[in-house]
Design a protein around this ligand. Structure first.
Ligand SMILES: NC(=O)C1=CN([C@@H]2O[C@H](COP(=O)(O)OP(=O)(O)OC[C@H]3O[C@@H](n4cnc5c(N)ncnc54)[C@H](OP(=O)(O)O)[C@@H]3O)[C@@H](O)[C@H]2O)C=CC1
Ligand SMILES: CC(=O)[C@@H](O)[C@H](O)COP(=O)(O)O
Ligand SMILES: [Mn+2]
Length: 375
């Protein structure tokens, strides 16, 4: 059976790699509806190559202009457009959109009974309980795409979650892993965007440099796998070859290894529970060494913030995510320095009065407020 896959964020790093997977496997996958933001040039290539039935863009004028050029495709725009793409009749929705803007469309897809291949980790950080409860109520599968969670998901296949001793999430350390905190005062945006192992979008590359990405991944793991916070460990692993590990109660450790190629995780999310062929094997003969080092929470303060937010629960993870989206956007615009990202996040987390068991409207309201310029 050919699976129809819709994509939120088709013009991004994950979106483009997902298109490679679809293009390389026409006997298995077909593109459904897609959304893009403002990169219309890249979207036009997608339209020419894949001819999707429904397309959403951020701006109304872009939608109108595209409609003239591609009359056989249906164009829509804005938040309403994202929702339309999300509920388009497909077998799987890949959430490769950036940030908490992905939350509502993801929930709408879940309510429509569509399985989710989840790359958009901010959705689980902002509203993990609501999303996971909705998935359970609607009998929808959330299949992780994030490389660490894909690894954990694969290691846990057929296992009993009660027999997990700990989940070990590996971390490259990001662009500044060899610098101490003093040196971080003078780092540049250009340096921050230079990830040692992965080629990714700008925001996640900065999150990796601040270690917020690993914090998000700890929260993501808590929601995806039924474990205690105390069972989630992080470990520095500079090669990003071991994508993560699970230790079981009998001391066996299972790991998933592979190249730094997100197409492996994307493809697995598309084919799960089966596997299909792929042509980019990790050459074990060329692997000279794999390094592991304990995490340093004083050096990587943002990871500690994430553990604190997860322990506190309620709306604190939502606020942390929103503050981070604001601060990283400011850094990418050249308006603040690297270390001000964590200052802003910490400041906003400290000023927030936590609310337990929030509903969706509360989360969306706080998300908008803490993402805005409050300074
Ligand atoms: N890149 C990676 O390897 C990995 C990414 N992830 C996660 O996947 C998600 C996507 O990351 P990545 O692909 O790197 O990000 P990119 O920045 O490369 O792509 C983001 C996509 O979302 C679209 N988009 C952004 N904002 C909006 C908006 N307001 N409305 C509509 N569309 C919007 C962009 O559109 P446009 O460009 O057209 O404006 C683009 O298609 C993130 O949550 C990230 O954390 C997880 C693991 C690995
Ligand atoms: C590819 C992927 O999954 C990223 O989230 C990756 O984890 C970033 O690497 P680090 O956060 O370990 O630097
Ligand atoms: Mn990851």
């Amino acid at each position: 059976m050919i699976k129809t896959i819709s994509i939120l964020g088709v013009t991004g790093s994950i979106g483009s790699q997902a298109l490679d997977v679809i293009k390389n496997n026409p006997e298995h996958f077909k593109l459904g509806a897609v959304s893009a933001g403002r990169n219309i040039k890249q979207l036009q290539e997608v339209l020419r190559d894949f001819n999707p039935p429904l397309v959403s863009v951020q701006d109304e004028n872009d939608a109108a202009a595209l409609q003239k050029d591609y009359p056989h495709i249906e164009f829509t725009y804005g938040e309403q457009g994202l929702n339309q793409v999300a509920v388009y009749n497909s077998d799987l929705l890949l959430t490769a959109i950036l940030g908490s803007v992905g939350l509502r469309p993801t929930l709408m897809a879940i309510e429509a009974g569509i399985d989710i291949a989840l790359a958009n980790k901010e959705t689980l950080v902002a509203a993990g309980d609501i999303v996971m409860n909705a998935a359970r109520e609607n009998n929808v599968n959330i299949i992780p795409v994030d490389s660490e969670h894909s690894a954990l998901f694969q290691c846990l296949k057929g296992e009993n979650e009660k027999e997990i001793s700990q989940i070990i999430i590996t971390a490259s350390g990001g662009s500044f892993r060899d610098l101490n905190r003093t040196a971080l005062h003078s780092v540049t945006l250009k340096d921050a965007l230079n990830h040692p192992n992965w080629s990714m979008g700008q925001k996640i590359t900065i999150d990796s440099a601040t270690m917020m990405n690993k914090g998000f991944e700890v929260i993501e793991a808590k929601h995806l796998f039924d474990v205690e916070v105390s069972q989630i460990t992080t470990l520095l692993h500079k090669e990003s070859i071991v994508h993560s590990m699970v230790e079981f109660i009998d001391n066996s450790i299972m790991a998933q290894l592979g190249n730094s190629d997100m197409r492996t995780a994307i493809q697995y999310a598309f084919t799960h529970p089966k596997r299909i062929h792929k042509n980019n094997p990790l050459s074990m003969n060329e692997l000279t060494q794999l390094n592991f080092k304990p995490m340093d929470f004083d050096r990587f303060k943002m990871l500690k913030f994430a553990y604190d937010a997860l322990e506190a629960g309620g709306t604190l993870p939502t606020v942390m995510n929103a503050a981070n989206e604001f601060a990283v956007a400011e850094f990418l615009q050249g308006r603040i320095k690297f270390l001000e990202i964590e200052e802003i996040v910490e400041e906003r987390m400290l000023q927030h009065n936590n609310i337990q068991n929030p509903d969706l409207e509360t989360i969306l309201e706080l998300d908008a407020r803490y993402k805005s310029n409050m300074r």
